[in-house]
Write a protein that binds this ligand. Sequence first.
Ligand SMILES: C[S@@+](CC[C@H](N)C(=O)[O-])C[C@H]1O[C@@H](n2cnc3c(N)ncnc32)[C@H](O)[C@@H]1O
Length: 346
Amino acid sequence: MSEPTILSQIAKIRNFEKGHRASQVINTGFRFGILAALADSLEGLTVPELALKLMLYEPFLRVWCQTAYHFEILDCDQQGRFKLQDYLDEVLGLTLPFPHPGQSTESHLGRPQPNEGDDPLSRYIRTGHAGYSPNIPEMSLERCRATKSIFTIFQAMIFPLQKDLENRLAEGCDYLDIGCGSGQLVMDFAKRFKKSTFTGVDPDPYGIEQAEQGIIELGLDNRVAVANMGGEEMDFTDKFDLAGMVLTLHEILPDVRLAALCKTFQALKKGGCLLILDYPYPGRLEDFRNPRFEYGIVEQYFEAMGGIVHIPREEQDHLLFEAGFTSIESITVAEGGMMDFLTARK
Ligand SMILES: C[S@@+](CC[C@H](N)C(=O)[O-])C[C@H]1O[C@@H](n2cnc3c(N)ncnc32)[C@H](O)[C@@H]1O
């Protein structure tokens, strides 16, 4: 056996994570009769056919099928019919005369019945409403942990390619962070760029509470302020040189996304610049197996229950134009181009 290296250990843990995610997709497929319905159909099923057969929420089934396609559990034909990959019915025990634990008891006898339950996942898959708020302390903490080293991405991967941006921050400007969470990035920026001022907004009250504490502890309250509101609720006019949405645009719910972009446009000075760092999301099924989109695909699957809808690049550009932005430019960053960094001008 060869000696472990840091890269081989990273790859090992990422493979564990990937396997865990794929198992969760498979388990949901068992639990709600999706895998059984697909195994029963020789020709495969389109998402609307699957939704009708199982009486489940079609948008979630679309995300489930696309994610299962990403993990190479399903294939898809030219007519959009999803089908289990060869041998998986056997390997997953779908050909056995008794059900998988958690699977519908009727799945081999007729229409598969979802395993009823009243947990948020079951409620969501049946009705499209999960009935929970993402703004709870545990989720807030989870989000902070997941994104605590975003400044490193700016430092190592964005500033070297965007010298103007770094210079503007170094010379002193007003920066607005939409979806600042617990304020880690604005605090890191404020420590590094001492002539600039920073304002963060976020609808998560727990994130804002943590940000307020951190700002005071670090003595940054003369240059950093945060407010508990969504981007769509902001009312700044011609105030900021730069506005950032870091891993945020995809999390702004579809019904307020355009409003949040319009308010961001209003908040920027003329010539100001919007920066978006986010996971790219594929617009065509064939790209669901492109590793560049892996984070976006997996995030979309697990965030769907919160009403979050990731959007492909074309749709994102369309929204930006609609909000008034021009000169949209983008670069790919992070290992394997897993993130897009985009700039747009007022
Ligand atoms: C993945 S977190 C990223 C947080 C932070 N930008 C970072 O990089 O650490 C996404 C953030 O978007 C926020 N968010 C959700 N809806 C929003 C909205 N309508 N306006 C502004 N932010 C929103 C969430 O509360 C969350 O803090």
